[in-house]
Design a protein around this ligand. Structure first.
Ligand code: SF4
Ligand code: SF4
Ligand code: SF4
Ligand code: FES
Length: 807
């Protein structure tokens, strides 16, 4: 420990502690501008100057490490007067337009001048005007050059955390100015983190601009509904209308970070076409009916089908709360008498009992319910089967920040390239499902390492994994869509056991692309596993067997091709989608943002989702609908009140952990009663290779893009405006990029065709083609993204762009 005297108080601090950190530990405020906990030091604003006895010059507290017996004064007359002078200089050219500035009321400069300023200025010259007008750098960021205090926080957050290097400084000295390339930020990720860290009103949000004053906003702390990272955010309304989303440095695993989907996608709550009343299809047309008639129709049909013992299926969106999911599976199991429940219709690889058993073993054994930050402390991080920077961007930012430690090694194997590839010691492009072969080769004693790219990766990855003491596995869910899901899950478990047996700490987390996938699985929204991952030993239905009653809650699993005329389809949800249009009974529901409950993020943290506005007063709450159906079928009451459901979950499934876990809960290892089998697997022969690509044959993978994640994001007009429309992303092979510019791509397959402009990405394997799922949904091409995954397709490149041919 190092001893020092701080403002007359004797302190013992760890070696390497800065004066600013010590001040904050003792509760003393030292004003700062350029300093930011998450960013590298800049020490450029000189706002934090303090006096150190024996040194002539004042020292920046943020960058000065405490030396033994140092005597520091942070409130001396010299320090106070210097702070006043610094603020006077900062205000020399800063426009005093607080009354019209978006930052007014929450501006660090305004607050610091109020707390430490002199109250008057000696400067009488006209203020210099850098730019007469604000510059819209892109669709979400507007820049006022006159207000910029050159702290460089925006530049550092963009480069060091987001990894985009979209902002920079032009010119020097007094002329220096923050800018994007060519005065625009066309290629940035639109995350808005630069706006969040800007201490003044220089960077502003286009959608929020001039919409409200901070003191008029009503704030609700809630959880982002876009992906499984589960970022905390504050949703702010004024006069009953949504205004903006902000993040809080002190809350959640994300602190002040959000991605574009989280920060700018919340307008989705006002998008899309709402389902306003119950409807029943009569003579081929959906007709409004009373709640009673709709519920009786479902109950009588379910009663009839249950008597005939034919197939009833339930599909629930992984955006439903844990409370609603729990009662949904009760409705399915106890009332409808079916175990046929899915909470992601895309995970076709989980359709067999063996795959569910393998999933349960990983989820209850290898999976670590710990803060992501603790996994990122590992010296080897293995990112498997995930485009983390598009699908879970904030998890990606945290991983990028962790990689600033030069002692860490990152290895990446995935079907799609991601923004972290350049930081990886080894990367491999692999088809979803081939992870099983790769993992087998990584742990077998006699690996068959070929000269191929896969062989080189295996060689490198084996040596990194062998050298590591701590291994963190971050695993995407794409392989669950493939027929090799079970093998992959078993080899994931083998890998954890293999390196664990060598005395290494091996920690594993899945990266979910939907916000409550883990929560719904934990409470039994899965065929073959009841709440608490308890095994259900019944013969599973043949996945291809006819479904007589399909109850869909919020999801969109249906397309024209999959719905047959004899099925009875119920759609229960907030907005019209393809399934609603095909349904026999349609029931309205509250949307994301209108219903409180809990989501479990990919750390296993059970977080409170709050309602930011009330749903339509005529709406019967979703769990009450389940209860009424149950009673109409003579099956007794189901729990409706959220706390009643939570009490039941915590009383009966002790493994579920606590609700409302704070950010620093320190992890929660959940104990389940799942029977574990640890039978070692025989190594796979070698890393499977896809069949050699013909000139045109490729494999289609689909998923989320940076601005899209399913139905919710698709309803955001801001996010939709950030996408340039449909595209097909691939490496077109030999030839210059110029030769391929502006070309169209048509995908031909048994599941349908799709045409869109080519987006060239040379980091793709030439055999893999990517289309964001949202565009396939919009154009009714859902079949291209399911049934067979990855889908074999023929690809034809043609002529110049022709928008009339999209879709
Ligand atoms: S929005 Fe995000 S990516 Fe774009 S400039 Fe700001 S920090 Fe960088
Ligand atoms: S725009 Fe804001 S964050 Fe960036 S340098 Fe200027 S004041 Fe700092
Ligand atoms: S990373 Fe996921 S949870 Fe976080 S803001 Fe982005 S979409 Fe939302
Ligand atoms: S905060 Fe220390 S120099 Fe800027």
């Amino acid at each position: 420990m190092v001893s020092c005297t701080f403002d007359g108080q004797t302190l013992e601090v760890d070696p390497g502690t800065t004066i600013l950190t010590a001040a904050r530990m003792t509760g003393v405020e030292i004003p700062t501008f350029c300093y930011h906990e998450r960013l590298s030091l800049s020490a450029s604003c000189r706002m934090c100057l303090v006096e150190v006895e024996g040194r002539n010059k004042l020292e920046p507290a943020c960058a000065t490490v405490i030396a033994p017996d140092m005597v520091i004064h942070s409130q001396s007359a010299r320090v106070v007067s210097t702070r006043q002078d610094m603020l006077e200089m900062l205000l020399a050219n800063h426009p005093l337009d607080c009354p019209v500035c978006d930052k007014g009321g929450e501006c660090e400069l305004q607050d610091t001048v109020f707390d430490y300023g002199k109250g008057s200025s000696r400067l009488r010259d006209d203020k210099r005007v850098f730019r007469k007008d604000d510059i819209e750098l892109n669709a979400v960021i507007v820049f006022n050059a006159n207000r910029c205090i050159q702290c460089q926080r925006c530049v550092r957050v963009c480069e060091e955390v987001v990894g985009d290097v979209a902002l920079g400084t032009a010119e020097r000295g007094l002329d220096s100015e923050i800018t994007g390339v060519g005065n625009s930020l066309k290629d940035c990720s639109h995350c808005g983190n630069c706006i969040e860290v800007c201490p003044v009103g220089a960077l502003m949000s286009v959608p929020y601009r001039y919409k409200a004053r901070p003191w008029d906003l009503v704030k609700t702390e809630t959880i982002c509904g876009m992906c499984g990272t589960g970022c905390s955010m504050s949703v702010e309304f004024s006069e009953g209308r949504f205004k903006r989303v902000k993040s809080d440095p002190e809350t959640g695993l994300n602190g002040e970070l959000l991605c574009a989907k989280g920060r700018f996608g919340f307008d989705a709550i006002d998008g899309g076409k709402r389902i306003e009343q119950p409807m029943i299809r009569k003579n081929g047309v959906l007709k409004p009916v009373s709640w009673g008639e709709a519920i009786e129709c479902i109950a009588s049909t379910a009663r009839d089908i249950k008597t005939r013992k034919t197939r009833i299926q339930g599909s629930i969106s992984a955006r439903q709360t844990t409370e609603t999911g729990f009662v949904f599976q009760q409705l399915m199991r106890q009332v409808f008498g079916t175990q046929d429940i899915r909470s992601s219709t895309r995970f076709g690889g989980l359709d067999t009992p063996d795959a569910v058993t393998a999933l349960a073993q990983v989820m209850t054994g290898g999976m670590q319910r710990k803060p992501l930050q603790s996994l990122l402390e590992a010296d080897c991080i293995f990112l498997l089967g995930s485009n983390i920077t598009d699908e879970n961007p904030v998890s990606g930012y945290l991983l990028r920040s962790a990689m600033s430690d030069p002692n860490k090694r990152l290895i990446i194997s995935s079907s799609r390239p991601c923004g972290l590839d350049p930081l990886a010691a080894a990367t491999l492009r692999l088809l979803p499902g081939e992870e099983a072969g790769l993992l087998s080769d990584l742990i077998r004693e006699d690996p068959q390492i070929s000269d191929s790219a896969a062989g080189a990766f295996t060689h490198k990855a084996r040596s990194i994994l062998t050298e590591a003491q701590d291994i963190a596995l971050l695993i995407g869910t794409e392989f669950l869509r493939s027929s090799k899901a079970e093998a992959c899950l078993r080899w994931i478990e083998q890998l954890v056991d293999h390196f664990g047996a060598q005395g290494k700490a091996v920690r594993l987390q899945f990266l979910f692309d939907r916000p409550n996938q883990l929560g719904l699985w934990d409470i039994g929204c899965l065929a073959g596993a009841a709440p608490g991952w308890q095994a259900i030993h019944t013969t599973p239905p043949d996945p291809d067997a006819h479904v007589d009653l399909h109850y869909v809650l919020g999801a969109d699993p249906m397309s024209q091709d999959t719905q047959t005329s004899s099925s009875f389809l119920v759609f229960h949800g907030s907005h019209y989608n393809h399934t609603a249009k095909l349904a026999d009974v349609v029931l309205p529901a509250a949307s994301y943002g209108e219903e409180a409950g809990h989501f479990t993020n990919h750390e296993g943290r059970v977080q409170a989702l709050r309602s930011v506005r009330s749903p339509d007063q005529n709406l019967v709450p979703t769990r009450e609908v389940f209860n009424q159906i149950s009673q109409a079928m003579g099956q007794g009451a189901l729990p409706v009140a959220a706390d009643q459901v939570r009490n039941k979950i915590t009383a009966e499934y002790t493994g579920f952990g606590q609700f409302d876990q704070p950010a620093d809960h320190g992890g929660n290892d959940l104990a389940y009663n799942w029977p574990k089998t640890h039978s070692p697997l025989a190594p796979l022969d070698h890393l499977p290779q896809p069949p050699p690509a013909t000139e045109r044959r490729r494999f289609l993978v689909t998923g989320d893009s940076l601005f899209q994640s399913g139905q919710l994001a698709a309803r955001s007009s801001v996010l939709s405006s950030l996408d340039d429309g449909p595209y097909v992303e691939m490496n077109p092979g030999s030839g210059s990029d110029r030769a391929f510019e502006g070309m169209m791509v048509t995908i031909f397959s048994a599941g349908g065709n799709f045409t869109a402009p080519l987006r060239i990405n040379r980091s793709f394997d030439e055999q893999i083609v990517f289309i964001p799922e949202r565009f396939l949904m919009e154009h009714g091409k859902r079949n291209l993204a399911c049934v067979e995954y990855p889908r074999t397709v023929d690809v034809v490149l043609s002529g110049r762009r022709d928008p009339s041919k999209y879709g």
